[in-house]
Design a protein around this ligand. Structure first.
Ligand code: ACO
Length: 328
């Protein structure tokens, strides 16, 4: 069975906020500190009429249009988010209703923080493999601007809002013309990991069942930095599972937390600098949306081409991690 990635889509809030704009908004920081510590130059922040749902919907609609797939042909919708519009129903439910996907479709959210998109890919693959349709919408969508403490300059400068989506197909008869050869296509292998004993390193300070609030982001920055580099700097087992080696990777698309984390992990892996896709400078850390937004950027500007081997790597709250390898 093949799980080809047919298209990507992206949605960002209307308002782009530079580092200097943050200073103008009253955050006690400066552009030089943020750029030197994180590589972040700007982020997008939702206005009142924008939300995780509207971003997820817009990214999904764009991905469907680009794939030439009608909403009626979607069998699975998985939204990776930890910043949903409502505690329930899920963002996936809102997206299903808004785009007019069939009521027979499997639609659910996955709360995996920054690893959420890889968890969503794994979930969608499993649902498609069980026969729940021929196409899945896999979406990462977040509005971290609504859960950061704007008085905590050590965290609020790091995050942004956005959504990215892919349409994943499911075929048992090979490549369907994507690459024109018979090699395995699409999502070749995916793996996930979790160390819940490290939950305190990066978490929300509240939740529905504890404080009856959403809480704000609380993070042990240096510890998270160290753990992220250690995990993302290891050659992930997905490559061997797919019968590939690091040298086969054309594009490394990691979770976009901090350019220093990305470069340290890339160095540890020994991957060439020009194979690393970086969007954290433009989007900041958009949690579960960061990998699909980075994928979309590199596909739409022509870097990622059909047949390329793409390695995605995520790391985030949990502490959690995940990797996926795709033959585009
Ligand atoms: N602007 C200006 N000064 C600041 C800011 C800011 N935004 N934030 C902190 N500072 C100051 C501190 O007050 C401190 O000042 P002091 O020395 O006078 O006390 C100084 O800068 C150093 O602060 P640290 O927190 O020790 O800075 P550090 O060098 O550790 O960098 C950072 C902080 C950028 C958060 C770093 O730890 C990091 O990148 N960690 C990874 C966290 C991350 O990316 N998390 C995202 C979620 S996890 C994930 O997605 C994988």
């Amino acid at each position: 069975m093949n799980f080809p990635i047919l298209s990507t889509g992206a949605a960002l809030p209307r308002t782009c906020v530079s580092n200097d704009d943050l200073v103008a908004r009253g955050v006690e920081t400066n552009d030089a500190w943020i750029v030197s510590r994180t590589g972040i130059r700007q982020r997008y922040i939702c206005e009142k009429d924008e939300s995780t749902f509207t971003l997820a919907r817009d990214a999904a609609v764009q991905a469907l249009e680009r794939a030439g797939i009608a909403a009626a042909d979607v069998g699975v919708i998985v939204v990776a988010t930890c910043t949903p519009d409502l505690s329930f129903p899920s963002v996936a439910a809102l997206v299903q209703g808004a785009i007019g996907a069939p009521t027979t479709c499997a639609a659910l959210d996955v709360n995996g923080a920054c690893s959420g998109f890889i968890m969503a890919l794994a979930t969608a693959k499993g649902l498609l493999a069980q026969g729940m349709g021929k196409h899945a919408l896999v979406i990462g969508a977040e509005t971290f601007s609504r859960v950061v403490d704007w008085n905590d300059r050590g965290t609020c400068v790091l995050f942004g809002d956005g959504a990215g989506a892919v349409v994943m197909g499911c075929t048992d008869d090979g490549v369907k013309g994507l690459t024109g050869d018979a090699a395995p296509q699409g999502l070749l292998a995916v793996e996930l990991g979790m160390d819940g004993t490290q939950a305190g390193c990066l978490k929300s300070s509240g939740g529905v069942s504890s404080t009856q609030t959403a809480g704000v982001v609380v993070m042990q920055g240096r510890e998270v930095f160290k753990q992220a580099v250690r995990q993302m700097g290891q050659v992930p087992p997905v490559l061997a599972q797919a019968g590939l080696a690091l040298g086969d990777v054309d594009w490394l698309v990691p979770h976009q937390a901090n350019v220093r984390i990305l470069e340290a992990a890339r160095d540890a892996l020994g991957v060439a600098a020009d194979k690393l896709v970086v969007t954290v400078d433009k989007h900041a850390n958009t949690s579960a949306a960061s990998i699909p937004l980075a994928l979309d950027a590199a596909v739409t500007d022509g870097r990622i081409a059909r047949g390329d081997i793409v390695l995605m790597q995520a790391f985030g709250a949990g502490l959690s991690w995940g990797s996926a390898v795709v033959r585009w």
